[in-house]
Design a protein around this ligand. Structure first.
Ligand code: ADP
Ligand code: 5GP
Length: 186
């Protein structure tokens, strides 16, 4: 078994942006591609951003015990980490980097303990989170409202993570995450 670094945050906090920057900085990382039952968004590609499954396919794979963890993150939209994905990355000799929801992050940390470093990306405020979701321009208003409504609960879970990084200025947040990861990998 290898190591893993977990990023969780309310949607719109900037964790995907931060993870993409870290993938450029660290050669040792490979991104864990999750499975999801939601539709592709914008330019997302199957097998790159997610493994896109139908609801039925997702349920069948749950029944076959193929997931390390999975959550119905938003009503009707399931997301999960496949055991085969973790094995694929560790077999490549890489450290796994995760972008998962808050409950998924807490569960992965529980499962992998000291081999895992969990980070919560904190938005400067809920208002800024909403601005970023609108600015991203990828979600319908109803979807944005659902994500903002969930943010307060998610923020209440921040103390359960190993580290909390505030994403106000992006370069400051990426530098902070870089330092934490460098210490963890030593
Ligand atoms: P998440 O993966 O947490 O849902 P994203 O990485 O998609 O969030 O970021 C949401 C939006 O906010 C994107 O449009 C992104 O460019 C923008 N963003 C990310 N970090 C910052 C920041 N520090 N300041 C301003 N905008 C940011
Ligand atoms: P999005 O629809 O914006 O891509 O993702 C919605 C949420 O699902 C984000 O919080 C994202 O981190 C989370 N997510 C993505 N993959 C997984 C996964 O494998 N497991 C869990 N628990 N959450 C995930």
């Amino acid at each position: 078994m290898g190591k893993l670094v977990i990023f969780s945050a309310p949607s719109g906090s900037g964790k995907t942006t931060i993870v993409k920057e870290l993938l450029k900085r660290f050669d040792c990382f490979e991104f864990s591609i999750s499975a999801t039952s939601r539709q592709p968004r914008g330019a997302e590609q199957n097998g790159v951003d997610y493994y896109f499954l139908t609801n039925e396919e997702f349920k069948e794979r749950v029944a076959r015990n193929e997931f390390v963890e999975w959550e119905e993150v938003y009503q009707g939209a399931c997301y999960g980490t496949l055991k085969s994905e973790m094995e694929r990355i560790w077999n490549n000799g890489k450290v796994i980097i995760f972008d998962v929801d808050v409950m998924g992050g807490i569960n992965l940390k529980r499962l992998f303990g000291e081999d895992a470093c969990s980070m919560f990306i904190m938005p400067p405020s809920i208002e800024e989170l909403e601005r970023r979701l609108r600015g991203r321009g990828t979600d319908a208003e109803e979807v944005i409202q659902k994500r903002v409504a969930k943010a307060e609960f998610e923020i209440s879970k921040a103390p359960e993570f190993d580290h909390v990084v505030i994403n106000d200025k992006l370069d400051v947040a990426v530098d902070e995450a870089t330092e934490i990861i460098t210490r963890f990998l030593k």
